[in-house]
Design a protein around this ligand. Structure first.
Ligand code: F6P
Length: 519
């Protein structure tokens, strides 16, 4: 994170405000006690060190049953957990609005719309209105928080697509950037959305819009080009609407490599990993293959279970030689599709286990529980292999965490439909839809020599170490800075010009007058 600190100084005293739906910790009641708990969210885990380093403010929706009693009148947490050096300001949406915004539009419309996982999105006008209203509530909180201060507002994800445009009107002095954590589909897939133009206009309120992959950027530019009367400048990857300009760029997200590696290497963590390994590998007789995800249909859990069954059909020599532990944290349980999916997964696990369980060997152990990040890293240390089988994933940070925390001789199977697969070339690629080939890939990974595994892992580590979350954050901050310079109306000195015509270089440090020129 060292380089990040250097880039943070380029904020030049501006407030740094992160806005996301999911909060980095929730206050949850357990009996008579209130505890701060982290959610199963790659987004919050990855962003927390950045907000911490900037000592910024994080604005997010409440999600814990004791959240309200731990905040002041503005919604700011009064006594943050030990070590937390940023301010968390919570938004409390009325339950019905929260339901229609989050369960409805965000997770039953936009999530399936953006993930090509063959799950039909639903378009309810009531949800769309709630989505607009919820985004408005976030805009109110941001405007109240920054007032007229110069600030960089960093909006996160698909829950807040129209927020940038609202902020553009409410906070003309702010620099607004957004990172879209999930894929952006091709224009054909996106055009079924009745409110596509409003969503796109909302996102064009950003000065900078980031996606994980250049492919997502291209899809976005293509979508905007088809749907709106704008100029798409492909050379500089920007959308020009009147005098406003949104730069669109790829920033493949990553993890806090050194922190994860150090934490998972501590003696206590190693001992716990050894215990897990001994317990689940039958004292070293079997390979331990894990998977870690939210219980979400886009993660390809059912497809993976089918492939495990096919493994034992096509490669029976692996019976009793391998144990699959799948850790799937219940997620979005207010969404019917997620509840149904959890039942399908349970039934499939029971079916495969019923087919193959034999003299004490149970092939699949399903843990449908929340496991804290540090404990997940122990599982990574314990495992011989990890399978990431997403049907479609913007990045998949589990894959990168495994590289940071896993054993030197561990092997990773990685869906080719994750953003992470573009960089993690030494993983064994899988197509989760192709059950036979998926099963063969598992057999191939299980049989891979220790030398080959170590060689692959060594290269994977190099890749993640050299593009960690610090680089990601630094590149975004640098792009914000560059974008700011690009739009400033600075009269650069020209050779021979009279000394009286002063270049307005001081403008670089001042809040931008350019904001007022926007649409
Ligand atoms: O990365 C996508 C994402 O939707 C994040 O925005 C979110 O925090 C995470 O997955 C978990 O989902 P949720 O916040 O709905 O539990």
């Amino acid at each position: 994170m060292d380089g990040l600190l250097q880039e943070i100084t380029s904020l030049e005293g501006r407030r740094f405000v992160v806005v996301s739906n999911r909060q980095p910790y929730a206050h949850v009641r357990h009996g008579g006690q209130v505890r701060a708990e982290k959610p199963p969210s790659g987004l919050t885990l990855a962003l927390e060190p950045i907000v911490q380093a900037t000592r910024g403010t994080w604005i997010a929706a409440s999600s814990g049953d004791a959240d309200a009693e731990t905040v002041d009148r503005a919604g700011r947490v009064m006594a943050p957990p030990p070590g937390v050096e940023y301010t968390l300001r919570r938004i409390f949406l009325p339950p019905r609005l929260q339901q229609d915004f989050y369960t409805g539009f965000a997770n039953s419309t936009l999530w399936p719309l953006c993930h090509i996982a063959y799950h039909q999105p639903r378009f309810e006008e009531r949800w769309w209105k709630a989505y607009l209203q919820a985004n408005q509530a976030f805009a109110d909180a941001v405007a109240d928080e920054i007032g007229g201060d110069p600030a960089v507002v960093f909006v996160q994800d698909f829950h807040l697509a129209v927020l940038p445009q609202l902020l553009r009107e409410r906070c003309p002095q702010a620099i607004i950037a957004q990172f879209w954590h999930i894929p952006w589909p091709n224009p054909e897939a996106f055009r079924i959305c009745p409110w596509r133009k409003e969503i796109l206009r909302g996102m064009l309120g950003n000065d900078l819009l980031g996606f994980h992959l250049p492919y997502h950027c291209m899809n976005f530019l293509e979508t905007v080009d088809r749907e709106l009367q704008v100029r798409v400048d492909r050379e500089s990857s920007a959308v020009v609407l009147g005098r406003s300009r949104t730069s669109v760029a790829a920033f493949p997200m990553s993890v806090d490599y050194h922190h994860i590696q150090t934490a998972s290497g501590l003696p206590q963590a190693r001992a716990e990993a050894a215990r897990l390994r001994a317990e689940h590998s039958g004292g070293g007789q079997r390979q331990l293959v894990i998977s870690v995800e939210r219980l979400d249909y886009s993660k390809g859990i059912r497809e993976r279970l089918e492939a495990i069954q096919r493994l034992f059909e096509r490669h029976p020599q692996w019976k009793n030689k391998v144990v699959f532990v799948h850790i799937a944290t219940p997620s979005r349980t207010t969404v019917r599709a997620y509840r149904d999916y959890a039942q399908t997964v349970d039934r499939t696990v029971a079916r495969v286990n019923a087919l193959y369980t034999h003299s004490g060997w149970i092939p699949i152990r399903a843990l449908h529980i929340y496991v804290e990040p540090e404990k997940v890293w122990n599982w990574y240390q314990a495992a011989d292999a990890l399978i990431v089988s997403s049907l479609h994933d913007g990045m998949n940070l589990v894959a990168k965490e495994f590289v940071a925390a896993g054993r030197d001789d561990a092997v990773m199977l990685l869906s080719e439909f994750t953003g992470a697969a573009r960089a993690l070339k030494e993983a064994v690629p899988i197509n989760p839809y192709a059950t036979d080939a998926f099963a063969d890939a598992i057999a191939h990974a299980l049989a891979m020599s220790g030398d080959e595994r170590r060689d692959r892992m060594r290269r994977l580590r190099w890749r993640v170490e050299h593009y960690d979350i610090g680089v990601w954050a630094r590149e975004i901050l640098r792009a914000i800075r560059q974008r700011e310079f690009d739009v400033q109306d600075i009269a650069l000195p020209v050779a021979g010009v009279h000394a009286g015509s002063q270049p307005r270089l001081a403008a670089a440090a001042a809040p931008r007058p350019a904001r007022a020129r926007r649409h």
